[in-house]
Design a protein around this ligand. Structure first.
Ligand code: GCB
Length: 623
């Protein structure tokens, strides 16, 4: 878990209590955890040394005796040492990374190594790398994501620990690097934890390993670790508003360090100075500004410079807000025509991590005539947001608070805050992201409502410019009436509603008579659907056929059309995805088959049905 005792000012305010609390808990419960110093933003826009490629690996079978000592403490003296067995002389080690097989990074281990397909446990990764540390610089090992817990050693020194499978983290390796050959050892443990997020049971595949890019990032001694550049968010949308605002945080900068924000194409340039905490808030008027939207996804080159450090990002500027039951993008009411998606690679299979994966996924969405995607149920690879920024799609991004979470435990709340912070920090400069979701399908009870309401408050403190949502499924059923009276609605900007009428609940035709009542807020039907195996044809009342799936969808769309404040729909799900609990041979074979397309990209009947509805904009109205 990332703990950051020294973070930028906006984050400091928001996270102080959670961080201190988290820190105290870790000190008490897990002395091996080490707080990280930073979390770099915009790494994909820096020149980095990629450590992607072949890594040696060794399996640590449960109970993972090489990683965990008797009481669960992290063992710093086993595989982490990267020793080699003495062939003569004293007996020392019984492992050797040098001659161990290799695995590709990024990538899950499950789909790379047949024997590890169902493995949930600890895999040790090792690779050598060259470094030429320069004076007055700092070097971080950046890990895009590793599922679920990671422990990292460079040249035999533990440099960081992290919990959470879907967000990046950075380990400061400056003090342990030497010129020439160095080595890194990473233990990744994919074991599910009762008090993890997600917890032990979830409906997707628990891909383990270093699932996203790994790199070395060298920056000056004092450097830009975080920034936020957005269109000023006033109480109402104003077409004449071209004020850009935010902050640049320069880690370890003396107070008064000049920071320049320069956006030449918008004729916006300003120089401000850092405060005692390294934070430089700014506000600058752009002389000309074209707002970002799906129709016109304009991105600006934003140059940031502070001392010896500089960075150029591609950022779009837009305004998103709610007005009554409407969602306004740049002041204009919008209707979100979308689909859900897990982070699975079409065709190739396994965890998605490449530009090719992102392009394929957005290619399907484009064909569907969608303008929106719900990235379920955790942050996906950053390329997804970058591609959506570039191609003009809107995004719902979520932390993995999925169904049964230990909502009664303060340490779990601390983990949720960390995951929320890591998600928002990575993607706050992405115009495509309009919704932060704090959870999916959590039972309606006071403990959970307090937990999630507090999290919503944290999300707003971290980012006051976006909408907050959650996918709810608790509902009061009264005959044909469905009343959404979950108290969590009170704190949300947009209500996400999951329902499976016609699949898990009743018959498809029952949708004809259902009447929904929602609080006066915009509603997104965030999940609905049915399973079908591609190519399996039959009658509309025969489960698992494409015909039945399309029929359920048809009935659903008819029902949705009757919800006046419906502002979007995301059927479950764009593509079939692996889920080990889906065990009907020949029909499921370990896949959740609610996809509009198969995992190989084959389009089912339901795809065409939805495509038609989106082309005709026939499901709902922006206002
Ligand atoms: C849900 C969950 C989703 C599942 C889906 C299903 O309600 O939110 O994660 O995969 O249903 O197919 O059962």
């Amino acid at each position: 878990m990332i703990l950051s005792p020294r973070i930028s000012k906006p984050l400091t305010a928001a996270l102080k209590s959670a961080t201190l609390f988290c820190w105290a808990l870790l000190v008490l419960s897990s002395p091996a955890q080490q707080p990280l110093q930073t979390l770099l933003v915009g790494v994909d826009h820096r020149t980095v040394t990629s450590l992607d490629g072949d890594w040696h690996y060794l399996v640590d079978m449960p109970p993972a005796g090489q990683l965990y000592a008797g009481k669960g403490q992290i063992n710093d003296h086993g595989y982490a040492m990267n020793s080699h067995p003495n062939l003569v002389g004293k007996h020392n080690a019984e492992y050797d990374f040098d001659t161990a097989p290799t695995i590709k990074v990024p990538g899950d281990w499950n789909t790379q190594i047949p024997q590890l397909f169902n493995f949930e446990g600890v895999l040790w990764y090792q690779r050598d790398f060259d470094a030429q540390p320069q004076p007055n610089t700092r070097t971080f090992l950046h890990i895009g994501a590793a599922n679920y817990r990671s422990h990292v050693w460079v040249n035999q020194k533990r440099v960081c620990d992290h919990e959470g499978g879907y967000t990046p983290f950075d380990c400061d390796v400056t003090a342990v690097l030497h010129p020439g050959s160095n080595f890194v050892v990473i233990a990744v443990d994919s074991t599910r934890l009762q008090d993890g997020i997600p917890s032990v049971g979830f409906d997707w595949f628990n891909y383990g390993g270093l699932t996203r890019d790994v790199s070395l990032v060298t920056v000056p001694q004092s450097f830009i670790d975080d920034y936020d550049v957005h269109l000023a968010h006033g109480p109402t949308f104003d077409t004449a508003n071209t004020q850009l605002t935010g902050y640049v945080h320069v880690l370890d900068a003396p107070a008064g360090t000049p920071v320049t924000i320069d956006i030449p194409e918008a004729a916006a340039r300003t120089t401000v100075t850092t405060d005692a905490e390294g934070n430089a808030p700014f506000s600058v008027k752009a002389a000309k500004l074209a707002l970002w939207s799906p129709d016109s996804p304009k991105l600006y080159k934003v140059h940031l410079a502070a001392g010896q450090d500089q960075l150029t990002d591609d950022i779009g500027f837009r305004d998103i807000r709610v007005d009554g039951t409407r969602i306004l993008l740049n002041g204009k009411a919008i209707f979100l025509e979308g689909a859900n998606m897990h982070a699975e690679a079409p065709v190739r299979g396994g965890r998605a991590f490449s530009q090719e994966d992102a392009d394929r996924i957005f290619g399907y969405l484009r064909e569907l005539h969608a303008n929106f995607v719900r990235l379920a149920h955790y942050p996906h690879d950053e390329r997804m947001e970058r591609t959506a920024d570039r191609d003009g799609f809107l995004i719902w991004s979520e932390i993995p608070n999925w169904q049964r979470i230990s909502f009664d435990k303060p340490e779990v709340y601390a983990k949720a805050v960390t995951m929320l912070r890591e998600m928002i920090r990575r993607d706050r400069n992405k115009a495509s992201v309009i919704l932060w979701s704090v959870s999916n399908e959590t039972g309606n009870n006071p403990t959970r409502t307090k937990f999630l309401s507090d999290l919503v408050v944290e999300a707003r403190k971290l980012d006051g410019t976006r909408l907050i949502t959650s996918a709810l499924n608790s509902i009061r059923v009264n005959g044909n009436e469905r009343v959404q009276d979950d108290p969590l609605c009170n704190v949300l900007d947009v209500i996400g509603q999951n329902e499976y009428v016609g699949w898990y609940e009743g018959t498809p035709e029952e949708a004809d008579n259902i009447h929904w009542t929602f609080p006066q807020k915009p509603v997104l039907m965030s999940e609905f659907g049915a399973e079908a195996k591609f190519g399996n044809r039959g009658r509309v009342d025969q489960r698992w056929t494409e015909d039945n799936q399309a029929y359920v969808l048809l009935k659903q769309l008819e029902m949705l059309r009757k919800i006046p404040q419906l502002r979007g729909a995301t059927p479950w799900i764009l593509m079939d995805f692996r889920s080990p609990g889906r065990n009907i041979p020949l029909l499921q074979d370990g896949y959740n088959r609610k996809g509009l397309i198969s995992e190989k990209g084959e389009k089912k009947q339901a795809f065409s049905l939805l495509q038609k509805a989106y082309t005709e904009h026939s499901i709902g109205k922006p206002e």
